[in-house]
Design a protein around this ligand. Structure first.
Ligand SMILES: *Cc1c(COP(=O)(O)O)cnc(C)c1O
Length: 377
């Protein structure tokens, strides 16, 4: 490797699968039922219990989970859906996918989540739903979010892809609210390799979710089958569910560890870090956030590319989550352009994700802070 560092590569994220889970996956493969079966049912039952008994169905990605939530809500052509420009592009793509119109509202510079005042100002007579994102696992003000939704009679599809284990005023994200969508993609706090789940409100929604995830099929008796809605192929496999079951037992431990590592970052950067360097730390929330990521917004005097290159010279991986969605070509072609969402544009240009994962060690945090300090000095 062309590297100044003799230390091993430290990625910004990496999954950890324990030996018991690997053995359990082996058993599923030997057993022979490798698509959706008893493990998916067990995983869904466990998730439902975790979310306070609400109905939960699993899917093969967080993306299709949100798309199915929009379909269950009946969102389609002519409808506007408001979301944040600072998210993975999936959040806005699903709005286009169901034929609706994506509308963005700028972010709050401190939380980096959608600014709820700007969200409310963006509501029109065509707005049908809102998709808030809990970036890095930090929830928005959930009381205000649902007050706005109720006032304007809007459905909410929470993109809680990054927020498994996060809470709001002591309640688990997902245990209350309207639709709540999680992702179990490889980099998330809990993974199934790929996958997602949707928490819903009633049994009718859950039945529709089952149809949308498997060709619209309903079965009855020994050989009864009907198709009454257009569904796709979005089911989770028992292999994936087995990984999820293995991971989920450790969720509290994982969340506690990430919070401890986030605290360590704050201690090492010190109270004067922002005034010394001009960089911006995340919100110091060790109660509610699950610390899916630890993100800095760099000062304007250094480009993100230059910062990433210097971190790479020290053998440390850095992520960027996310460039603003509205500036991608697909969205520019729909009329979005620079200067529309200035906070998102500044943050989206300068935000970096430092190493944060379930097996991150205090020494990794020290090494990362040393590197950041030497680069920004
Ligand atoms: C990961 C993620 C998604 C998409 O989830 P997939 O499982 O990769 O489809 C959507 N939104 C956010 C904010 C995410 O982090």
């Amino acid at each position: 490797m062309n590297s100044k560092s003799s230390l091993p590569f430290l990625p910004f994220s990496r999954p950890t699968i324990d030996e018991a889970t690997i053995a359990a996956v082996g058993e599923v493969l030997r057993f022979g039922w490798i698509t959706s079966g008893p493990k998916v049912q067990a995983f869904e039952a466990m998730l439902s219990e975790y979310f306070g008994g609400r109905p939960v169905r699993t899917f093969n990605s967080g993306t299709c989970t949100m798309e199915i939530a929009l379909r269950i809500a009946g969102i389609g052509p002519g409808d506007e859906v408001i979301t944040t420009p600072i998210s993975w592009v999936a959040t806005a793509n699903v709005i286009i996918e169901v034929g609706a119109t994506p509308v963005f509202a700028d972010i709050d510079p401190v939380t980096r989540n959608i600014d709820l005042d700007k969200l409310e100002a963006a509501i029109t007579s065509r707005t049908r739903a809102i998709i808030p994102v809990y970036l890095a696992g930090l929830p928005v003000d959930m009381d205000r979010l649902y007050a706005i939704a109720h006032r304007h009679k809007l459905r909410v599809v929470e993109d809680a892809a990054q927020a498994i284990g996060s809470t709001w005023k002591g309640r688990r994200i997902g245990s209350f609210g309207d639709f709540v969508s999680f992702s179990f993609q490889a980099n998330k706090n809990i993974t199934t390799s790929e996958g997602g789940c949707l928490v819903m409100t009633d049994a009718d929604e859950a039945r529709l979710a089952e149809k949308y995830r498997l060709q619209g099929v309903t079965r009855s008796g020994f050989d009864g089958i009907d198709v009454d809605v257009l569904g796709g192929k979005f089911n989770m496999t028992d292999i994936a569910a087995t990984i999820g079951l293995g991971q989920f037992g450790k969720l509290d431990e994982i969340t506690a560890h990430r919070r401890a590592m986030a605290r360590r970052y704050f201690e090492l950067f010190g109270a004067d870090f922002e005034s010394r360097t001009g960089a911006q730390l995340p919100v110091a929330d060790f109660e509610q956030s699950n610390w899916h990521m630890f993100q800095l917004v760099l000062p304007q005097r250094i480009t993100r590319a230059a910062f990433m290159e210097k971190m790479m010279e020290r053998n440390i991986g850095v992520g960027y989550h996310y460039p603003p969605i509205h500036l991608f070509s697909l969205y520019r072609a729909r009329g979005f352009h620079e200067t529309m969402f200035p906070v998102a544009e500044r943050v989206g240009r300068q935000i970096v994700s430092l190493p944060m994962f379930n097996a991150l060690l205090p020494g990794d945090v020290e090494r990362t802070v040393d590197a950041v300090e030497s680069i920004l000095r």
